[in-house]
Design a protein around this ligand. Sequence first.
Ligand SMILES: [Zn+2]
Length: 70
Amino acid sequence: MDTLICPRCRGRAVGRVGMAQWYCWDCCVEFGRGPRGLEVFLLDEEGERTSLDLAAEEGAAPCAGSAAAS
Ligand SMILES: [Zn+2]
C-alpha cells in the first residue's frame, strides 16, 4: 500500500516481516510501531534484537562485515 522507507538509512529496500514489523535490507535493522512510537532494532548474527537509538547514532553503517572488528 504505502511506500515504506527505512527510518535509519532512508532506503527503500524494506520488506515486511510481521504484522507491524519491517526489515531493511540495506542496513539490516528491523523496525516497527511500538507503544512508544517507532522502534528500531539491530539484529546480530544470532538473530538477537537490540534496541537501537537512532538519535544517538552517528550515522547508518552497513551491516556487512561490521562485526569483523575486534
Ligand atoms: Zn536501512
